[in-house]
Design a protein around this ligand. Structure first.
Ligand code: G6P
Length: 440
């Protein structure tokens, strides 16, 4: 990597790209990124050009020695890359509308990473990411794959199990958001606390919070029950947890747990929100339209504030800190998705987990946390099962395996609902599920 770093960003036309560019610009002094290749598919060409031109203006304004390349040729972008970041959305936001709306129309939670919608996003995304892995083996075998594409947990699981790429890290902004929220609750800077996370992507818990070397988890939890804080994520409606429940649990669940432990309220919220302004994807579509209008402005040369309306806040902080620490062998601690390798005793060593890791040039080393607390062991095991079965169905395109995966998902009420949802979602997403339709 001595010549300077080459980054290939797949799904480069995403509205989040200015976040990433800002992150690299900020770290110029220690992270010598020289080339960023933003790649997209023909359907995303217009967005790629708009956001890519903004990226060029940002780099120019900052006087950074970074070349921005825009391309639809993935091979060219991958050739010799040091880091490949993936932030793609197969089928774009229209597919997300279906993932949210179809389950909702059957009285089931409709969400882009949880429940049947999340699994379908997995079915669409996993084969594409595995294809990228194959290209990486040929074109940049030494590169790190930093995956942001959702469902990031399932995708990391699939890469670990079904590809030859070993240098993979799954990334989410969720844990950083929780940490910042805890710091706010305690009225201290983020750097003054240490939070131990255990679990899976979008199924993670802040298990213990330390301040000045002391365990202050109970204080944080009590303050949360006293209404000190709502949701940490823009995309989830937080209604507060039952105070006794949260105090007894004595951990801070990521807001995605609301779909499991507040299912009825979340479903009612989704149904009401749909009547008012459409599904979350439809809201995001409007935010995106507004963002891309702003991005077109030739006088704009920085990340606009409006991007904060999206759920992916701190995305660049997570991605750029990780790349920086791998490149500079910083050996600091970050929360990422990586191979468990025995860190959580109740989870298969070969599975992906989301936890505190020491970030080295060799990759993340997960810190041991022993057995999972009994109250959360069950749900984590169940979701890991769903992730593994979804990954298997995604790579095989096997209907029966998909049915099994849907039926054991705790958000699907019954086997008959599973079949109805599977059939309707398969039909709706046909064009992006070639493996499921290969023999039909
Ligand atoms: C959260 C999650 C991300 C997800 C985002 C969706 O931040 O951690 O994984 O992509 O929400 O936000 P959106 O604005 O697209 O609803």
């Amino acid at each position: 990597m001595s010549k300077g770093i080459k980054i290939a960003t797949i799904g480069g036309g995403s509205s989040y790209t200015p976040e990433l560019i800002e992150g690299f610009i900020k770290r110029q002094n220690e992270l010598p990124v020289r080339e960023i290749w933003l790649v997209d598919v023909p359907a995303g060409k217009e967005k790629l050009e708009i956001v890519g031109n903004l990226a060029k203006r940002m780099v120019e304004k900052a006087g950074a020695d970074i070349e921005i390349h825009l391309t639809m040729d993935r091979e060219e972008a991958l050739k010799g890359a040091d880091f490949v970041t993936t932030q793609l959305r197969v089928g774009q936001l229209d597919a997300r509308v279906k993932d949210e709306r179809i389950p909702n129309s059957h009285g089931v939670v409709g969400q882009e990473t949880n429940g049947p919608g999340g699994m379908f996003k997995g079915f669409r995304t996993i084969p594409v990411i595995l294809d990228i892995c194959k290209d990486m083996e040929r074109l940049c075998p030494k590169a790190w794959l930093i995956n942001f594409a959702n469902p990031a947990g399932m995708v990391t699981e699939a890469v670990l199990r079904y590809s030859n790429i070993k240098k993979v890290v799954g990334l989410c902004n969720g844990p950083i958001g929780i940490e910042k929220n805890i710091a706010d609750i305690l009225g201290v800077d983020h750097s003054e606390i240490y939070v131990e996370f255990v679990g899976l992507n979008h199924m993670v818990f802040a298990k213990t919070v330390y301040k000045d070397g002391e365990d202050v988890t109970a204080e944080v939890v009590t303050k949360m029950t006293e209404g000190e804080s709502g949701s940490t994520l823009k995309n989830i409606n937080a209604t507060g947890w039952d105070a006794t429940f949260l105090r007894t649990l004595n951990m801070i669940p990521i807001d995605y747990l609301r779909y499991y432990w507040q299912t009825r309220t979340q479903l009612e919220d989704q149904q009401a929100a749909y009547e008012k302004h459409g599904t979350r994807a439809e809201v995001v579509k409007r935010v995106e339209a507004e963002l891309f209008e702003l991005y077109k402005d030739v006088d704009l040369a920085e990340k606009p504030k409006q991007l904060e309306q999206r759920g992916g806040a701190y995305y660049s902080e997570a991605a750029c800190n990780l790349i920086n620490s791998i490149y500079n062998d910083k050996r600091d601690i970050q929360i990422v998705n990586t191979r468990n390798n025995g860190a959580i005793l109740d989870i298969d060593p070969d599975s992906a987990i989301e936890t505190n890791c020491v970030i080295t040039r060799q990759g993340p080393i997960p810190l041991a946390s022993g057995h999972l607390p009994v109250a959360i062991n069950g749900i984590i095991q169940q979701i890991k099962t769903v992730e593994r079965l979804t990954a298997e169905a995604a790579v095989t395109g096997d209907y029966d395996k998909a049915l099994l995966a849907l039926t054991v998902n705790p958000l699907v009420p019954s086997d008959t609902d599973a079949r109805v949802l599977l059939d309707e979602l398969l039909e709706a997403h046909k064009e992006h599920l070639p493996l499921f339709f290969k023999n039909k």
